[in-house]
Design a protein around this ligand. Structure first.
Ligand code: CP3
Length: 351
């Protein structure tokens, strides 16, 4: 059953107003990885779980973790506690989180591995996430929005092919040159899986969704960026727009450099998240096309002090002429003192 779209232009939630193109000052704020290891209350709960994936799959725990930064800092949005790697996991690929090593996956090798992937397993395999979303929505007040998310096909493919993160991805790079058609097929399966997942997240309770293409920066030619970042994401955005009209989709092609504008124009995303390498001038230019989100260097929040306060004010001022969501350029660094997050929010809201 298709839910009736909510009239978001009249919502009281500042995040949704901005994602609909309105200017709101001070801008709404949330931070990528705002729920996580820099919070002592997260580390405490995490100890009680059998592992990171078990934590994601426990709606009681995951909803509590999602709400921790909302209670502490009064963020304008909650991003559901989960991970991008739930997609390969639900398709039967082995995904492990080794302590201190980040994710480790069984590597995907050839034609047969790709042919065996069934995207229809992803929503049924992630029902705990849907329950987490419902629980969080019930606990939020009427000014705080709920964001769902998924990894972009190319980023998911990179983890699946190389089996680990770390930013080098030699096997993925090799596949772009030696077997590009297989990478196309893998991205097509993942586009289908991610489209279904995002629609299901929206049906559960997500009011906006973000697509993380964390390793889009590896695609260093216009042609490869178009083929494996833009094209799969465009198909997901079209599908979400068609099936759940009115729900904004935020795109994050991290490391896209001077290709952000092209990404916005070609994918049809409703808003663009940028990294810390992207200048405020570039953001201002992008802001004439869609609402912009991001830029603050997570290292500045780690360091804290006057440099943080000044950077926050400069970003707010520079982007105050158009729709802007305050965020970092990448996730919260785990050594960040929680007080620095409070400092950021206070500086932004001018209190
Ligand atoms: O608060 C939020 O933003 C929501 C939760 C969230 C997590 N992962 C929780 C998490 C989100 C949005 C993600 C997205 C994610 N996961 C991305 C895209 C964003 C990015 O960082 O580029 C990627 C690439 C992943 C894959 C992943 N999961 C990695 C690389 C790691 C290791 C990270 C590290 O710092 O070691 C994870 C594990 C992970 N995902 C943790 C959390 C809180 C840490 C797990 C733990 O508690 O041990």
């Amino acid at each position: 059953m298709t839910p009736i779209p909510t009239p978001q232009a009249t919502t009281a939630k500042p995040l949704l107003r901005v994602l609909n193109g309105q200017r709101v000052d001070p801008p709404p704020v949330w931070l990528m990885r705002q729920a996580g290891r820099y919070l002592p209350e997260y580390r405490e709960l995490r100890k009680q779980a059998a592992g990171f994936m078990a934590c994601c799959n426990n709606p009681e725990m995951a909803s509590e973790i999602t709400l921790q930064p909302i209670r502490r800092f009064g963020m304008d949005a909650a991003i559901v506690f989960s991970d991008i790697l739930i997609v390969p996991h639900a398709m039967g690929r082995i995904v492990r989180f080794a302590e201190g090593e980040g994710p480790l996956l069984e590597t995907l090798c050839g034609e047969a591995d790709v042919a065996a992937l069934d995207p229809d397993l992803v929503v049924p395999g992630n029902q705990p996430l849907m329950e987490t979303l419902c629980r969080v929505a019930a606990a939020l007040d009427d000014t705080t929005a709920l964001i769902g998310f998924a990894g972009a096909p190319f980023t998911l493919a990179s983890y699946m092919i190389d089996g680990r993160g770390g930013g080098v991805f030699p096997r993925t790079r090799a596949m772009t040159a030696e077997n590009p058609d297989l990478l196309d097929r893998l991205c097509a399966v993942l586009s289908e899986a991610v489209s279904q997942l995002l629609v299901a997240e929206i049906d559960a309770a997500a009011e906006a969704v973000q697509i993380f293409d964390s390793w889009a920066g590896l695609l260093d030619s216009d042609e490869s960026f178009m083929r494996w970042s833009i094209t799969p994401i465009r198909s997901i955005v079209e599908r979400v727009h068609r099936e759940r009209p009115g729900v904004p989709v935020i795109g994050f092609p991290r490391g896209a450099g001077d290709r952000y504008q092209n990404f916005v124009e070609e994918t049809g995303v409703d808003a663009i998240q940028v990294d810390q390498m992207t200048s405020l001038e570039t953001m201002k230019a992008l802001q004439t096309l869609v609402p912009v989100q991001g830029n603050l260097d997570p290292e500045l929040m780690l360091a804290g002090g006057d440099d943080l306060v000044n950077a926050v004010r400069r970003i707010r001022e520079t982007l105050s002429g158009g729709p802007h969501v305050f965020n970092l350029g990448h996730g919260v660094v785990k050594e960040t003192p929680p007080e620095h997050v409070a400092t950021l929010v206070a500086a932004l809201r001018g209190v």
